[in-house]
Design a protein around this ligand. Structure first.
Ligand code: NAD
Length: 469
């Protein structure tokens, strides 16, 4: 068992990056990462390395984010282990060639096939809030697809980044898989190299930098970005259920969840009951408050603490629940604020923290209009109400994914592809999608020599040939 001591963060020497990238590119060209057995053995080794490093990951996530042990197992360690189990069980089937569908009779002789070729050497850039799953999740997909890969974890969760390096270096083929640690300088050096795909998770601002850089070399990208995610509670919703579930959407990882609701629109008739149920739920979950509870995380660092605090300070809304902040601990309480403007400081930008602005509305139509007036496409959408209402809302508000009558549960279903749409991202992963995102579906036809007589019609001169079709 690896010791659970925190390793001080150490950035990778940038001058080594070009040779590291050459090494993983050469490993891909060597063909060794393509056989099923190689992929399975790497994935199994990674599984056990994650398992053996569990205490170190728990300590690192606690150091970086004050992450509760339960959450670290649920949303980081077991999350990745379960992904590996699912992928290893299904990989052989996914790798099989597919026959082209509905082939015209003559073309069947050419055996039109879709091969599942690995894209090549890929770069995975992770974000800080789920520092294990957002790094290893796509990395697992790259291994499964037969790619070689460099992982660049977020330096904003430095302790976890060091454990990830140890996990990869202790378990995987060093020619094919490695970790580069660092911030802007190291990521920029990585982006200066030629990749076969870049998989990025993080903010839209940096996503734009990545996409521009990738465009210079026509490198495909998968971008997993953020969004201003709306939740709606109609008068026909179950106030208790909606309150419990939505407050969970803000308490997990102290709201530092890309799919957490950014604002909640509540029909006026149900507003008092909903607020009351929020208070009851919080009292039940944290009888002595969040601050002294081991089950509530901290904001990752001072910069993000100040950013979220400013949103709260600038808000014109009225605090109904919470409001306590403690700079010394990067603590921000779950804070429910009644606002009256879709342009409130807590709504115009993604809070990515435990703020829960509530905007009263008069109708489902108003909720739809307001959600669509925010000029960004959310990553998640959470309508609560009766079937007709939630169906209407799902039909009329775009989002990367959605959960009906709950907070972001769609993101926790391991076999459901996860991704954004519009400016919340492009591409998806998890389950089979993790394999697909690093796979080239290569169309291949094989024309036997004996078909030449049949195919001769294609050659000029064309005169008189059209009538034969
Ligand atoms: P971030 O953009 O600050 O950092 C993400 C990664 O980008 C890090 O690895 C970092 O080193 C790198 N990076 C930062 N600045 C860079 C630069 N100038 N050039 C090159 N690389 C750079 O994102 P974050 O703060 O870690 O994450 C928060 C954002 O990410 C939120 O918007 C959140 O919604 C989003 N997010 C999305 C998902 C998703 O799955 N869609 C998941 C988590 C977070």
């Amino acid at each position: 068992m690896t010791s659970a001591k925190i390793t001080p963060f150490e950035a990778t020497d940038v001058t080594t990056i070009p040779s590291t990238v050459s090494r993983v590119q050469a490993a891909f060209r060597s063909q060794k990462t393509k056989p099923l057995e190689y992929r399975l053995s790497q994935l199994r080794k990674l599984y056990w390395a994650i398992h053996d490093h569990s205490p170190a990951l728990v300590e690192a996530c606690k150091s970086d984010l004050g992450k509760p042990v339960f959450e670290t197992y649920l949303s980081e360690i077991d999350w990745c282990k379960n992904d590996i189990v699912f992928i290893t069980k299904n990989l052989a089937g996914w790798m099989k060639d597919e026959k082209a569908p509905d082939i015209p009779l003559m073309n069947t002789l050419m055996k039109p096939t879709i091969r599942k070729d690995p894209l090549g050497a890929v770069l995975v850039i992770g974000a800080y809030n789920f520092p294990v799953q957002l790094s290893l999740g796509p990395f697992i997909g790259a291994i499964a697809a037969g790619c070689t890969a460099v992982l660049k974890p977020s330096e904003v969760s430095p302790a976890t980044a060091m454990v990830l390096k140890s996990i990869v270096e202790s378990s995987l083929d060093p020619d094919a898989y490695t970790v580069v640690n660092g911030g802007i300088q190291e990521t920029t050096a990585l982006l200066n190299e030629k990749w076969d795909k870049i998989f990025y998770t993080g903010s839209a601002n940096v996503g734009t930098i990545i996409a521009k850089k990738a465009a210079e070399t026509l490198t495909p990208v998968c971008l997993e970005l953020g969004g201003r995610n709306p939740a709606v509670v109609t008068k026909n919703a179950d106030a208790r259920l909606a309150a419990r579930r939505l407050v969970w959407g803000k308490l997990l990882n102290a709201g530092q969840v890309c799919i957490s609701q950014n604002y909640t629109m509540v029909e006026r008739e149900i507003l008092p009951a909903f607020i009351e149920q929020l208070k009851i739920a919080l009292k039940e979950f944290y009888p002595n408050g969040t601050k002294s509870s081991p089950d509530f995380a901290r904001i990752v660092n001072q910069r993000h603490f100040q950013r979220i605090k400013k949103m709260l300070d600038d808000s014109k809304g009225k605090i109904l629940i919470g409001g306590e902040v403690d700079e010394a601990e990067n603590f921000i309480d779950i804070t429910v604020v009644l606002v009256n403007d879709i342009n409130d400081s807590m709504i115009v930008d993604e809070s990515f923290g435990p703020l829960m602005p509530i905007l009263p509305i008069d109708s489902v139509e108003e909720a739809i209009r307001l959600a669509n007036s925010v000029h960004s496409t959310p990553l998640g959408f959470y309508p609560f109400g009766n079937k007709a209402e939630t169906t209407k809302m799902l039909n009329e508000v775009r989002s990367g994914g959605a959960t009906v009558n709950d907070a972001f549960f769609h993101g926790a279903i391991p076999t459901l592809a996860f991704g954004g749409v519009g400016d919340s991202g492009q591409g998806a992963y998890r389950g089979k999608a993790s394999f697909d995102v690093f796979t080239h579906r290569r169309s291949v036809a094989t024309t036997p020599g004996w078909m030449e007589k049949l195919l001769e019609v294609r050659y000029p001169p064309y005169a008189g040939k059209l009538s034969r079709f």
